[in-house]
Design a protein around this ligand. Structure first.
Ligand code: HEC
Ligand code: HEC
Length: 274
């Protein structure tokens, strides 16, 4: 009899542990607008989407993309977890915003254009040809991450519904001297005191970093991204700290941006079939 009671007791404890676990797991599920589709599309399309993900994660070394990259970053260096991190410049839902108006280019651009422009600026490289495999694979991957999101073309700027929110702070309040102290304290272990990166994190300034035409080279954009993305796995900088560190990082040299140097010749602009 006693034996039976103890079995019952053990079962009860096990059931309550399980229900607590299930409950916490359920409450940690990301909200609907940040859900990654449960499955890849079938057949060839699914393979292409997977290829896109691989390129996003290994942009500077992947055989299909490395020739178009001029630094040691990957798309994933900024679009964390291959663009599936809900906060740090996520790709989830992004495709729904295109075609969109681009104030920078003063014309309507497609998602593919947007992807290729990142090669010229954030990746300090060359624009891959329109319609090339590298281009359609990444675009297919981002579109897959946007399945179920209602198309809502953005007539103001080429940004999706879950883009990084700008900080509510004036950029002229930035103090790069305070930023230097914070950088040494919170960032240098992974990105190096000289900003040139370590095994734990990519370069944040210098020849192997994003160039002066990239969004991140603007203090306001970098600060907004830092606030939600860094320090890795331990975010929580204040607006002022994010801005101070952004000003410090961007006070260093990085590759200049001259558009013509990043555009391919007329024969490399586009292709039909691969
Ligand atoms: C140095 C950092 C960095 C790198 C590297 C980078 N990006 Fe970006 N990218 C950004 C930032 C910052 C934005 C603006 C995001 C925001 O405001 O939410 C952006 C925006 C985008 C957008 C528009 C997102 C939207 O919501 O509409 C796309 C698409 C994109 N990047 C694709 C890529 C691809 C593909 C690569 C790799 C080839 C890449 N990026 C590499 C920083 C980077
Ligand atoms: C524990 C290590 C770690 C710490 C601490 C850390 N980072 Fe990062 N950081 C990373 C990694 C790793 C990536 C690239 C993410 C990836 O590839 O998945 C990254 C990416 C970045 C990027 C975008 C890519 C690039 O190199 O330009 C910037 C900018 C950045 N971190 C700045 C900072 C700043 C500023 C701090 C301090 C507030 C900081 N990080 C703290 C590891 C770290």
């Amino acid at each position: 009899m006693r034996h039976r009671w103890s079995i019952l007791f053990i079962l009860l404890v096990a059931a309550s542990i399980l229900s607590v676990k299930l409950f916490t797991e359920a409450s940690e599920d990301p909200p609907e607008e940040y859900k990654v589709p449960a499955e890849y599309p079938p057949h060839e399309l699914g393979e292409h989407v997977k290829l896109g993900r691989a390129i996003v994660e290994q942009t500077n070394v992947h055989p299909l993309s490395k020739d178009y990259v001029g630094n040691s970053l990957t798309c994933s260096s900024c679009h964390l977890k291959a663009g599936t991190d809900p906060h740090a410049a996520t790709f989830i839902g992004a495709a729904a915003a295109y075609p969109a108006w681009s104030p920078r280019e003063k014309r309507v651009i497609t998602l593919e254009d947007r992807v290729l422009n990142c090669f010229m600026r954030s990746q300090n490289g060359k624009r891959p040809p329109l319609g090339s495999k590298v281009s359609t694979a990444i675009t297919a991957y981002i579109t897959w991450l946007s399945m179920g999101h209602m198309i809502n073309m953005n007539h103001l700027k080429p940004l999706g519904p879950n883009h990084v929110k700008p900080l509510d702070i004036k950029t002229d309040l930035a103090n790069s001297e305070r930023g230097a102290i914070l950088y040494t304290d919170k960032c240098a272990d992974c990105h190096g005191e000289e900003g040139n990166g370590t095994e734990e994190g990519p370069p944040v300034w210098g020849a192997q970093s994003y160039n002066a035409g990239a969004g991140m080279s603007q203090n306001a954009k970098l600060a907004a991204w830092l606030k939600v993305a860094m320090p890795m796995d331990n975010t929580g900088l204040t607006d002022q700290e994010s801005l101070d560190i952004a000003a410090y990082i961007n006070s260093h040299e990085r590759p200049v941006f001259v558009l013509e140097e990043h555009l391919p010749g007329a024969d490399g602009l586009g292709s039909y079939g691969w």
